[in-house]
Structure formats: structure tokens, C-alpha cells
Design a protein around this ligand. Structure first.
Ligand code: DQA
Length: 140
């Protein structure tokens, strides 16, 4: 399967950023493990700190790939534009969070994108991405 992982703002700092919440592993090294584990699939990865670039990526890939795993970071809680992009494409999108956003500040409880995603996985650390890839593989 062709699967795309998209990470939003500040997730380029994984491994360095708020390590008590997000852990010590960089996404690049985690992604290496994931590609080795799912070696029969074609996993690709894109990160951007810019809302419009995330939307552009959803537009270009969202009619091609078999599924998208999206951690929209803080845009989860603010972006109707990303929600509209997800609603407009064909590939199923799974919303992912490293932390359990529902255990955190109230502002993180609201997601603009949940309603247009196939499902949500949150709170399992980087393992949330692995679970999302498995969910896409089993349901397609
Ligand atoms: C996050 C949770 C968001 O609230 C936050 O803004 C992030 C990361 C997570 O993966 O837990 O940047 O999406």
C-alpha cells in the first residue's frame, strides 16, 4: 500500500521539544523503524510548519495514496481550512496525536478535523503512528 504520514507544526522538533510529553526520539529515526517494519508497503513522510503547505500536500496526494496519517499538531485545534481539504480528497485520513489531547488543556480537546477523518488515535506516544498505519492496512 502507498501510505503517507504528514506532520504539522513543531513536529520537526520531536526528540528535542517538551520531551516529557513527546519523548526523546526524533521522527526521522522513528520513521526508519516504521519503514523497516512495514517493508512491504510504501511509506512516505512530509512535515511542514505551514498550514498552506499541509493543504497543498493533502490536495496533491489525497487522490493518489491509499491512506494518510495526519498529525496536524496545533492546527488540529484551529484549522477549518485543513478540515475542508480532508473533506475534499478521496484518500482516508487518520488523525493522530502523540499525547492524549483529552488529558491536557481544554483548548486541545476541540478538533476541527475529527469529523472528516476516518478515525482518531491519540495518547500512545510515537506508537500512535504505527497503530494508524495498521488501522489503514486492515480497513482498506
Ligand atoms: C499533538 C497535540 C497538539 O495539541 C499539539 O499542538 C502538538 C502535538 C500531539 O501529537 O500530541 O503539536 O498533535
Amino acid at each position: 500500500m502507498n501510505l503517507l504520514i504528514i506532520n504539522g507544526p513543531n513536529l520537526n522538533l520531536l526528540g528535542k521539544r517538551e520531551t516529557s510529553i513527546y519523548g526523546n526520539t526524533s521522527f526521522e529515526s522513528y520513521f526508519d523503524q516504521l519503514t523497516a517494519e512495514f517493508s512491504d508497503d510504501n511509506l512516505s513522510y512530509f512535515q511542514s510548519n505551514h498550514e498552506g503547505e499541509i493543504i497543498d500536500k493533502l490536495h496533491t496526494e489525497g487522490y493518489k495514496v491509499d491512506g494518510i496519517v495526519l498529525n496536524a499538531g496545533a492546527y488540529t485545534h484551529t484549522s477549518l481550512a485543513i478540515a475542508d481539504a480532508i473533506a475534499g480528497i478521496e484518500s482516508p485520513v487518520i488523525e493522530v496525536h502523540i499525547s492524549n489531547v483529552h488529558k491536557r488543556e481544554k483548548v486541545r480537546h476541540k478538533s476541527f478535523i475529527t469529523a472528516v477523518c476516518k478515525g482518531v488515535i491519540a495518547g500512545f506516544g510515537l506508537n500512535s503512528y504505527r497503530l494508524a498505519v495498521e488501522a489503514l492496512k486492515r480497513s482498506l
